[in-house]
Design a protein. Structure first.
Length: 145
């Protein structure tokens, strides 16, 4: 049984935090070969919502975070990732539904890897600007609301 969990940084236990950080490093740094400062200080902000999914064995298999950039600013969804062995299982859909529910009708934005723009369109996001490169990977800005 898959479970979706959410919480602020202070609500994360150390084992869950370790699993989330390990997943992000496995996907972005190792698999996609993007050397960047993943620990950017945003995870610990009180307005950041962490959303993760556990697979049937209880392992953290997918993750995203929702950032609060302050009053009047759109919420920002980022660090969306799924473990290689869990791709195609629907975990990404469950995570994005949880993120959209958390944001509600408020405007939100994300930077999608270009190949994945169609995935985010299913949740009401539309491309809102030109393609750009981030760590050698083509991305497009997308907004909702």
């Amino acid at each position: 049984m898959t479970s979706i969990e959410t919480g602020t940084f202070t609500a994360l236990d150390t084992a869950t935090l370790y699993a989330i950080l390990r997943l992000r490093i496995d996907v972005f740094v190792v698999e996609q070969e993007c050397a960047y400062p993943d620990l950017d200080g945003r995870d610990t902000e009180p307005g950041t919502l962490h959303v993760w999914a556990r697979d049937a064995s209880g392992e953290v298999a997918a993750y995203l975070r929702v950032l609060d950039d302050g009053p009047g600013a759109p919420r920002r969804i980022g660090r969306v990732c799924t473990a290689k062995q869990a791709r195609g299982t629907g975990l990404g859909d469950l995570l994005m539904r949880a993120a959209v529910d958390a944001v509600g009708d408020a405007p939100s934005l994300l930077h999608a890897q270009t190949y994945a723009a169609g995935f985010y369109e299913r949740f009401g996001y539309t491309v809102s600007g030109p393609e750009f490169m981030d760590d050698g990977i083509p991305h497009v800005p997308m907004t909702r609301g």
